[in-house]
Design a binder for this molecule. Structure first.
Ligand code: FAD
Ligand code: GLY
Length: 370
């Protein structure tokens, strides 16, 4: 076998790269193996929203993880800049979750009143909303403003995490397909790949929506499924929205350089990454209902990605109970960019045997994966 590593990570998406970065910072010798290029799948497609309140609620086991993870971003962006020179385009410009109906407005007013004091949120009446974002349609019933939320450039984040890991001593092998495991008794000791066999003390599968097909080789069932999402972007000569606007079935994210990113569709149980006319039409309809002036912008491009979802609706983060030396970190579905920093920290703590109350409470509440 070629070389001994402390940790071998399968998958060079944001989750694999975030774990690689945290472990490399702690002096571990890490190898990342990626079938394509770093940041080529879901982590390339993502809108990069860091929204604690838009897709999660206070009752979700992910809520604390999401809040902690988002709060790691200012320091992480700075660190990555120092180590790699790369700008991940992190902005803390806030998000607004729109209410389209009076009923949605009532629900969001309740959310605002129940949100704990450590998290700032503000209910915006239609009048106040229109002062915040004057180009939004007047046919909305208000919105929940979350000032600490923001967004990043997801592909740049993933690449920067990968590059920072390399600068700290990790190896990254792109265009390398991991197709099986090496098993010794009850332990996984390495992997077989398109460029040969590699061993490591610990193996982590962070293969996104493709994790199941690899883990099936050693009899593990993840209860996961792929969910395709399509997006498009436009170029705006003038600023139409200052903050991310989120509503059921559609969001509009202002990006650095005067772009607006509009997402995203949901098609379950497909790995087909093609972009459908119907998907684009439905997104355009929803987006122009919220922001009518969008029609005056210039088309940039469209793309899609495959989100890793689980039947339990929660990411699978932890050690295998069946195989020693094997861990998994996947199933982050719509929130992998938001959750990447905390997932990296939790996995590094887990492998170092360090107590992490967040991971402890999360693993306790999430569904077992084997
Ligand atoms: P991926 O990025 O898919 O990476 C997995 C990698 O593993 C892939 O590169 C794959 O090639 C590799 N791999 C798999 N199997 C093997 C193998 N056998 N050998 C070698 N390599 C292998 N999240 C947010 O937080 N905010 C957002 O705004 C947001 N917007 C999104 C918008 C869209 C349209 C989509 C599709 C997703 C969005 N997400 C968002 C979700 C987020 O993108 C995902 O949760 C996250 O990228 C998952 O990261 P990952 O590393 O698990 O998977
Ligand atoms: N979180 C946005 C998406 O997955 O589309």
């Amino acid at each position: 076998m070629a070389k001994q590593f402390d940790v071998l990570i399968v998958g060079g998406g944001v989750i694999g790269c975030s774990i690689a970065y945290q472990l490399s910072k702690r002096g571990k010798k890490v190898l990342v193996m990626e079938k394509n290029r770093l940041a080529s799948k879901a982590s390339k497609a993502a809108a990069g929203m860091l929204g604690v309140h838009t897709e999660l609620t206070g009752g979700s086991p992910l809520y604390r993880l999401a809040q902690n993870s988002r709060n790691l971003y200012p320091a992480l962006a700075q660190e990555l800049k120092e180590v790699t020179g790369m700008d991940i385009e992190y902005v803390e410009n806030g998000m607004i979750k729109l209410a389209r109906t009076e009923e949605e407005a009532q629900n969001l007013v309740t959310v605002a009143s129940q949100t704990e004091q450590d998290e700032q949120v503000e209910w915006l009446s239609p009048l106040k909303l229109s002062a915040f974002e004057p180009h939004l349609s007047k046919q909305v019933a208000g919105g929940l403003f979350i000032p600490r939320d923001g967004n990043v450039a997801a592909p740049k984040l993933t690449e920067a995490l990968g590059l920072a890991s390399v600068r700290l001593g990790a190896d990254v092998k792109e265009y390398t397909d991991v197709y099986d495991f090496i098993v010794e008794g009850s332990r996984i000791t390495g992997v077989q790949t398109s460029i040969g066999s590699y061993s490591a003390s610990e193996i982590i599968v962070a293969g996104g929506a493709w994790s199941q097909s690899l883990l099936g080789k050693i009899g593990l069932t993840l209860h996961s499924f792929p969910v395709k999402g399509e997006c498009f972007s436009v170029k705006c000569p003038r600023e139409l929205v200052e903050r991310t606007i989120f509503t059921e079935g559609c969001y509009i994210v202002p990006k650095v350089g005067g772009r607006l990113l509009i997402g995203a569709t949901e098609h379950a149980n497909t790995f087909d990454e093609s972009i459908s006319v119907s998907g684009m039409m439905s997104l355009m309809k929803k987006a122009t209902e919220i922001l009518p002036d969008l029609i005056h912008t210039d088309w940039e491009k469209a793309w899609s990605g495959i989100r890793p979802q689980t039947h339990g609706g929660l990411p699978m983060i932890g050690r295998s109970e069946r195989w020693e030396g094997l861990s998994i970190a996947t199933g982050h579905y719509r929130n992998g960019i938001l959750l990447a920093p905390i997932t990296g920290v939790m996995m590094a703590d887990l492998l170092e045997g360090k107590e992490n109350p967040l991971l402890h409470s999360y693993v306790g509440s999430s569904r077992k994966w084997n």
